[in-house]
Design a protein around this ligand. Sequence first.
Ligand SMILES: Cc1ncc(COP(=O)(O)O)c(C=O)c1O
Length: 464
Amino acid sequence: MSRRTRLPWQKPTITPHRAGAMNKFGASRYQFFQPDVDGVEIARLVREFGSPLFVISERKLRENVRRLRRAFATRYPRVRYAWSYKTNYLNAVCAVLHQEGAWAEVVSDFEYQKARALGVPGSRILFNGPYKPRAILESAVAEGASIHLDHLDELYLVEDIAERAGKKIGVTMRLNFDTGYADPWSRFGFNIDSGEAMDAARHIAAGRSLRLTGLHSHIGTFILDVRAYISQVRIMADFMKAVESETGCAIETIDIGGGFASRNSLHGVYLPPDQVVPSIEQYAEAIASALMEATRRRSGRRRRPPTLILETGRAIVDDAEVLVASVVGTKRLPDGRRAVVVDAGVNLLFTSFWYHHEFKPVRPLDGIPEETVVYGSLCMNLDVVRHSVMLPPLSVGDSLVIGPAGAYNNTQWLQFIQYRPNVVMIHEDGAVSVVRRAEDLEAITALERLPDHLGNPYPHGLPD
Ligand SMILES: Cc1ncc(COP(=O)(O)O)c(C=O)c1O
């Protein structure tokens, strides 16, 4: 690793000493640094693919999904895993997860078409979401996708489509209820407590074109208390038994959605992720034992235990990707704090609104770590990627590894002011490929059309 031969000159400043220079665990922070991703030097990646740059580890992605599947398969007899496209629908990410056996969990016509274009058969797609236009529902019914009904109007629509197609299809009902642990997401699905869910189930049973075969719920995201899942599974199992005895249906699948926390630091959570985020095995133990228990107590008729479906998103992909950004300017703020401007903003790191990401230089840097504000590259006051982080003195050109960044950033990022950069994947053999190329003017304006009479911006000559 090359070290500077000359130290950069920094204008001296007087920094007042404040109580609290020690961190909350008593010791002063030491500097982390991260020179590579899976053995591939980040400095080399930046030279070849530019900065900012998203870097995905195929190895970590596969490792995470295998661990999840193993944790559940060793504790429950029938488990299915579906990749939640909205978490990260870059084709390369989805393809890795499908190779690992994942179904697709989609929530729009766009995501449905993306999964189909990647070669996922309709029969391996779970179709969630509050708005599924008729045309895509017709394809989904024809292709045997598992449709998760969100509301009554959608139920009537699917009923109509199935009837016109002369089919009787199995459907899943999305449920909402209060687990007592997480704020209920009552806007999605049918409410159990008000009787709405049972009414809908009765309606399905009374009709000729639908069969209720599955129950689904997604109780929230970044759920740190495994007891929320135990409560969820018990409520769903109770509803399963009630709906089976009331309508005569046979529930084949119980889909508990996603929501497992990733190894990130949520705003407002005091302790570091290592101390507060349950392991995948802890989630699995809680969920599988609650479901086994509930299944054992299932009523008279002998049926197979329902298949447990997982739609885990962030816990699979978050720590398999980082964002590399580089310093483009350094500042001293009027209040004495150190600030740096980096070439990536909140347009690329949407999750900085929820997380305190880790920031690691790519090499050890000299100097005393100080509280630093990290501004992004947007000419917008809100573009602060980290309001306060301890960092050593940085100079223009120094790169920082920001992460975990794999969940929701490559889907919720904005093309705003700046081009979105290259995304590369480090493969298991160490090869690197661009899985989404950086935008350029042509890519961004490709869908725009300029009416003829607007072709010349200054038809009356250049303004003064
Ligand atoms: C229906 C559904 N399933 C799965 C997920 C993935 O959730 P997470 O990334 O928290 O695991 C979401 C995310 O909002 C969702 O709405």
